[in-house]
Design a protein around this ligand. Structure first.
Ligand SMILES: [Zn+2]
Length: 256
């Protein structure tokens, strides 16, 4: 009996260690199963459906932090880990004479809804589908924006041409050479390699150490019935928002 107990305890310890070390494969989990999982062992946060959909208040969420006025003229928030990585990148860039300036950080569902519906009303000369497609050149439907996650930032200018010459080109060249070292990747690259979704955005950089976990959760748990509550939301399925837009990111980001 004693030896049986000893063997039982060893087996139990080995099993629980394995369980701890195993990275949960989120693709095995459907959104009907559970609402919260913790896909990365060292991720100090529980990912929820509400979170990836932007349906939360980041200003009072302890995983978020208000960014310093030195880094943005606006009142913006980022995930704490993302901001800390940004600060390292900011100082390295400064040493090389490059000043990075954050134009946009976290936006929740409600804020994205305001942007979406403002543009929806502005393009009232177009039919609903064309209207949505026009907005989707550069803006996301609420529930489908990477800006919900606090991992993505827009830097220096919201114009691709700004980054083509002079100061803008120097900034873009620096980011291309160095941003990956800090975890930041341009996700909306040229579409020539078959990337779908939003147009080229040279200003939009994503912190993939966290964002890759969030998109994995999103793909495993979010369906078209979760995309609702704003004008035109019924078009999401026709437009393949999840496949073509949420997942319309660079190959480098997909493979991260
Ligand atoms: Zn952006």
């Amino acid at each position: 009996m004693k030896s049986f107990l000893a063997i039982f305890s060893i087996v139990f310890i080995v099993l629980s260690c394995n369980l701890k070390a195993k990275k949960i494969n989120t693709s095995e989990i459907t959104h009907t199963q559970i609402d919260t999982i913790k896909p990365i062992d060292n991720l100090n946060q529980t990912i929820t459906k509400a979170f990836v959909l932007g349906q939360f208040e980041y200003k009072t969420d302890t995983t978020f932090i208000k960014i310093n006025s030195e880094h943005s003229a606006k009142t913006l928030y980022l995930n704490k880990e993302v901001y800390s990585a940004f600060l390292k990148m900011f100082h390295a860039a400064k040493q090389d004479g490059i000043v990075l300036n954050i134009l946009s950080g976290t936006r929740n569902y409600e804020e994205q809804k305001v942007i979406w519906e403002r543009k929806w009303n502005a393009y009232n000369n177009l039919e609903p589908l064309g209207r949505a497609q026009k907005i989707l050149e550069y803006s996301s439907m609420p529930t489908s924006s990477r800006h919900h996650w606090g991992t993505d930032l827009d830097l220096n200018s919201l114009s691709n041409s700004y980054f083509s010459n002079g100061k803008g080109k120097a900034i873009y060249d620096w980011l291309n050479a160095n941003a990956n070292d800090y975890g930041f990747y341009q996700v909306y690259t040229e579409k020539e390699n078959g990337r779908t979704g939003y147009n080229l955005e040279k200003w939009h950089w994503s912190y993939l150490p966290l964002a890759s976990a969030y998109i994995e959760f999103y793909n495993a748990n979010i369906g078209y019935d979760d995309i609702n509550g704003f004008t035109g939301s019924e078009l999401a399925k026709n437009l393949n928002i999840i496949e073509h837009y949420v997942n319309g990111i660079s190959n480098k980001a997909k493979e991260y």
